[in-house]
Design a protein around this ligand. Sequence first.
Ligand SMILES: Cc1cc2nc3c(=O)[nH]c(=O)nc-3n(C[C@H](O)[C@H](O)[C@H](O)COP(=O)(O)O)c2cc1C
Length: 163
Amino acid sequence: MRRLLIVYSSATGGTRQLVEAAARGAATETAIATTVLTAPLAGPDDLLAADGFLFAAPENLAALSGLMKDFFDRTYYPVLDRLAGRPYAAIICAGSDGAGAARQLARIATGWRLKQVADPLIILTHAQTPEAILAKKTIAPAALTASQTLGATLAAGLAMGVF
Ligand SMILES: Cc1cc2nc3c(=O)[nH]c(=O)nc-3n(C[C@H](O)[C@H](O)[C@H](O)COP(=O)(O)O)c2cc1C
């Protein structure tokens, strides 16, 4: 059985809802075992044990959330040159932009020589004020569907070995 690893962080719930949707999508592929870990609980061994990855992060200050950056900081060199060619996709949950975090994640994945199998899915919450940014998020159904589809696509490609 091939394994999909999903690593994420979420402060106000948006990324978490997107990850839950992606995991539901991946679960439609019975030949794939999916592991979902929050960033502080994920380490090099989890990466090495997986055949493909979905990384999901909020954008904070035009970059990856601190917890996701810490995950990559802790794991980057321990697994360097040991993940080459494995497929990945990314989800960024952002208030109004998301491009900076997506770019940063893509550079890390390039360093690991991962294979990007889908454009990054950037979901905007349109939170602009401090109150809205700090509030719990409710992700729109269309965005959840897009995330579920991404999870299903990643899992199906992994199962069929097309990546
Ligand atoms: C400290 C901080 C910085 C942020 N910086 C950005 C930013 O640079 N660009 C953006 O589009 N959204 C920014 N946001 C908004 C978050 O990306 C948005 O609220 C997102 O939904 C958070 O995901 P979560 O609900 O999974 O925590 C920021 C939020 C916080 C708390």
